[in-house]
Design a protein around this ligand. Sequence first.
Ligand code: ATP
Ligand code: MG
Length: 468
Amino acid sequence: MIRKLFKNLSRLAPGRLSMKALRRSKAPAHEPEIHKGSRLGIDRRLISNAASRTVEELQRAGFKAYVVGGAVRDLLLGIRPKDFDVATNAEPEQIQRSFRRARIIGRRFRLVHVMFGPETIEVSTFRALQSDDIELDEHGRVLRDNVFGEQHEDATRRDFTVNALYYDPVSDQVLDYHHGVKDLKGRVLRMIGDPEHRYREDPVRMLRAVRLAAKLGFEIDRATRRPIREMADLIRNVPNARLFDEMLKLLHSGNALEGLTQLRAEGLHHGCLPLLDLVFEHRDPRGLDFVTRALKATDARIHDRKPVSPGFLFAALLWNLVNERWLQRHGQGEHLIPALNAAIDEVIETQLDALAIQRRYVSDMREIWLMQPRFEKRQPATISRLMEHIRFRAAYDFMLLRAEAGLCDAALAQWWQAYLDADADERSALIAQTKSQRVPAGSPRRRRRRKPGATSGGSESAGPSPSD
Ligand code: ATP
Ligand code: MG
């Protein structure tokens, strides 16, 4: 149960830097190192217009304002940031007054969304380190915090040194309070302050460590990594919706396979993605091959800046389970489609509760799965209905991946590839070709009953087929 505690800051301050960290420090703790952005390789063309205008407007109104956090880190790495955050000493109402389209959001952590066309910039007021008014739960997790403070305090409140950099695009200055530039050059992810304490305040930081290390190809510093295994269970106290967001970010990191592997290596998956054990320990190597291919295809799409559907991703992660249960039920004599439906219900019921997957993604997954057997029925009416389906492209890609991993007939995938490329005459020829190959109704193969657990649809295929 959550209880409200009013603590003074000695307990909360993440600024309890180790002696080693203090010795390493050249500048006094409150004075940042200042670097020239262009000399560090910041390409200003990668900064969105909306972010620059937000900073400029706030400065014009007499406030301090900087691009902050992941955006600065990414700019220094030459990556185009996917979103921009701005930090300022203006309070939420003052921020709001400086813009035509801005609204204050959040209750527990108030900040302002400033809108420029389709882009939204998240603007937050520098947060204080010391406060009597920070609400914690019984595990020490911060629940509410609206006390404003100095910039150096705001820096110390951030998670990793490379995420505590402030960039002023007007003066081209990078302000570095925690040797983030040095860690960035050394490609190290290092927690600010005492890692154990920081994980207790917010267990999501453990997931962020793994995710950002995978996304950036950074090492997690030893002291930052060490407590994770032991503290992994604290993840269970985090609201599901937040965990799900974090999982989505991990799957969209551009290095999802590495991220999931690390998540499991640190034992963090127990609290947020327990199905990973089933994915990685699947007894059929084709199962693991399928998931690996799906994740690699996702990573490639992210690198090409193409959209990735969460429904597709979760459908891929869970397919082995669905397929196994489908085979089993079908093998015991259940008809193909009811067997698939029942297998899907079973998996959704047992696996998805822990994940808090939003309903719309679950319905995407269900559609992708239910369309799989329909690829085998290659009659004109079925084909056109299938191709008109809103989820056709995802289901088609899914079928191709199954074929690549040997989980369905490679000839089927080739047939569909040819069909989609073909003109009307060629399409008729392809359909005629399948007719001549179709097993006639009433043949012994149609009547044969499957043994439980047996594979189906021909020697190589590992999924039931409608001709069975
Ligand atoms: P991404 O590339 O995924 O956006 P990010 O570091 O920018 O990574 P955001 O969630 O956008 O992640 O957060 C922006 C910034 O806010 C971070 O860089 C960090 O400074 C701070 N921050 C975010 N989450 C936390 C947290 N749990 N604890 C402390 N600081 C955080
Ligand atoms: Mg970000």
